[in-house]
Design a protein around this ligand. Sequence first.
Ligand code: CA
Length: 369
Amino acid sequence: MAGFKFRKFKKSLVLIFVLTFFIACEQEEVNTAFKESEKKFTWRMVTTWPKNYPGVGLAAENISKLVNKMSAGRLQIKVYGSGELVPALEVFDAVSRGTVEIGHGASYYWIGKAPSAQFFTALPFGLNAQEMNAWLHYGGGLELWEEAYDKFNLIPLAGGNTGVQMAGWFNKEINSLEDIKGTRMRIPGLAGKVWTEAGGEAVLMPGSEIFTNLQTGVIDAAEWIGPYNDQTFGLHQAAKYYYYPGWHEPGPTLEVIINKEAFASLPSDLQEIVRTASRAVNQDMLDEYTARNNQALETLVNTHGVILKRLPEDVLKKFKEITSKLLEELIVEDPLSKRIFESQENFKKNVSEYHKISEKAVYEMRELN
Ligand code: CA
């Protein structure tokens, strides 16, 4: 009887020990998860825009603010304007090397490093903002972008869209292809190559340098964004002719680039917060430009006497022809560019069919008297 009691007592002891052990383990897991959720991260974001610049620059600030709020301060991102930490055109390398964790800019600044980067900002005569967003998020575009940036140790996300841009500011009239000859223009990416092929001379420089170079005659023309942003740079004080349509950038996407190791070091909820904040700002920026562009254009024309002009039909046709030729060359040289180009082209054809009887038909319908 006594032996039975002792065995029962021993059994209870073992049970208590085992239970205590499991409770301790569970507590340890809870502690680890708690510590993980309490861990704070401080990131630095370098950008290709001047500090606090309206629109594009504030998009970077807005991502930072949103991430901070959504994560209750667990991930803080300090934003640096161009030249504060690194020059505008070194943003890509700084994030790629891991000097900083995150960057904000435009992918077509990097076509010298990755030719396919062109497709993720805008293609001349290509997708508009609505179509770019649809291609990136529902048409396989983002996956192709991830593939293109993989070897640079970068994760890309869409981080803003300006909508259709303006063709740019000119110090002389463009009445024919002859007028392009010898014209030095600030125009990045593939469109710059088109400009050069058409007889002009393309120059790449960050936005902050446009005004001085245009005013002093270092360049004869410059494209930047559209009325809202161009007005803030005072470009109307440096050139009087303002041309449309934005053949070169029908719906340019801005990019968020994240160093892969930095991203991997975040817990999954913070990773999702970075993705969600970028996606929200991507759309928010388009909303802001849609709301502000026409108001700014009215001020430019009515108050500042800017002369608004349309590029001649034959000039646009020539640009289109050269674009097709250069794209053919690009996709022969670079297999990844070929896949991206085909994906985008197929998407454009597909979407355009419906947009003919929806978006386009609605625009036409609204013109009826
Ligand atoms: Ca532009």
